[in-house]
Design a protein around this ligand. Structure first.
Ligand code: ADP
Ligand code: MG
Length: 391
């Protein structure tokens, strides 16, 4: 999907107000009835219909008239709400080029006032595992589009919390800057994913460093669960940075050993194939680099502190409840089969959405506040790239 930030320049406060109203309405409606949008947005001079038409034109909303006349947010609409909020907070001033398309995310460069470039990750849960999400829709009582937004928001929150906690424990991760909705802002890693690297000055050293990170993570109670050449960045000085944390699990997870072994195996496999490294366990020719047979660490031999990072994670605002919600989807922890939607989840959803609503209410309040302060449009708040600054 294309993120055309130019559109931001043409959106007024009323546009954002109505967009936020649809977001709020999605708490209880997969498709938000037009009248409800109008009631929540409560535009001074009416005119919600015209605004809705504008938002539709820019594909920030989707119109659905199959059951009744209503709207839902598109991912683009959700992107814009997050970007607008972060710009208002002064986190960045403009969105630049796309630098990554992950399995379930889009990554863009964003620029700060002083020219510093950061990375913006927009989570898109359900893009590849749509079927998985769909099959578990019962959990959110058939509100599929809401669940996409909700899950993507949880993924972002988790990523942000873990990045912060890991950084505090000196793991090589990007610096977590801020987070809103499904969007995480972090420092831009100079370098490339390992998968693009054809040669290393000293593969053994890098290999040991990487295995060392997996072991130290386990000592701190965590397993990455997607630790491979796509999620390890390396720069020209061969400095390693690990990225991509929404799927991390605790060492007390029931499949912890399997996940740990899988992460280790990915690294062995990659170094074997890409850099022709030979391990003792391989019964290969021995004219190439050989690595100590002890290199493959055993999960059981590691002294693990399952609670080491807990405090830091909680401080970042990622609650256990949210962790559980997300886990249910990401690793299929709860396989809710068809017909089982009557059990324990029925009043769960209310809590699930509460914090989201608070966020929305804050958003509306802040919109009202800004409205009082100034009658300018939002155009001035979003700078685009250099070529357009002078316009
Ligand atoms: P996904 O969860 O979708 O796999 P990732 O977090 O792995 O997303 O990011 C996808 C790609 O985007 C990475 O492989 C990398 O090339 C790029 N990328 C992600 N984060 C950063 C960052 N902080 N700095 C530079 N590039 C990044
Ligand atoms: Mg990735």
């Amino acid at each position: 999907m294309k993120l055309d930030v130019n559109v931001l320049r043409y959106l007024s406060k009323d546009d954002f107000r109505v967009l936020t109203a649809v977001e709020m309405g999605m708490r209880n409606h997969e498709i938000v009835p037009s009248e409800l949008v109008e009631r929540i947005a409560c535009l001074k001079h009416g005119g919600t219909y015209k605004v809705l038409k504008n938002l539709l034109k820019y594909k920030l909303l989707h119109h659905d008239a199959s059951k009744y006349d209503g709207f839902r947010l598109t991912y683009l609409g959700y992107d814009f709400l997050a970007i607008k909020t972060l710009v208002n907070r002064g986190i960045f001033t403009g969105v630049g080029r796309q630098i990554g398309v992950g399995k379930e995310s889009d990554i863009f460069e964003v620029a700060q006032e002083d020219g510093t470039i950061l990375a913006m990750k927009l989570h898109r849960l359900g893009r590849t595992s749509f079927r998985a999400v769909k099959s578990k829709r019962d959990y959110l009582r058939h509100r599929s589009s809401f669940s996409w937004l909700y899950l993507s928001r949880l993924a972002a929150l988790k990523e942000f919390a873990f990045m912060k906690a890991l950084e505090e424990h000196d793991f090589p991760v990007p610096k977590a800057i801020d987070c809103n909705r499904h969007c995480v802002i972090m420092s831009l890693v100079q370098g490339y994913p390992m998968v693009q690297v054809k040669q290393l000055q000293n593969p053994e050293t890098i290999f040991e460093k990487i295995i060392g990170i997996v072991v130290r993570l386990a000592e701190h109670g965590l397993i990455h669960c997607d630790f491979n050449e796509f999620n390890i960045m390396i720069d020209d000085e061969e400095k390693i940075t690990m990225i991509d944390f929404p799927q991390m699990v605790s060492v007390s997870h029931r499949n912890a050993q399997m996940y740990f072994d899988r992460d280790i195996e990915c690294i062995f496999k990659f170094f074997r194939k890409r850099f022709n490294m030979i391990f003792h366990e391989d019964k290969g020719e021995s004219d190439e680099t050989e690595v100590d047979e002890n290199s493959r660490p055993s999960f059981y031999d590691i002294t693990k502190d399952a609670n080491a990072l807990d405090r830091d994670l909680e401080a970042s605002g990622f609650t256990r409840k949210e962790q559980n919600d997300l886990d249910k989807f990401i690793e299929g922890g709860v396989e809710k089969s068809e017909g089982s939607d009557e059990d324990d989840e029925s009043d769960d959803e209310e809590q699930t959405c509460d914090s989201h609503e608070e966020e929305n209410v804050d958003e509306l309040k802040s919109l009202q506040l800004q409205e009082k302060k100034s009658s300018d449009g939002v155009e001035a708040e979003v700078k685009l790239d250099d070529t357009e600054k002078g316009e």
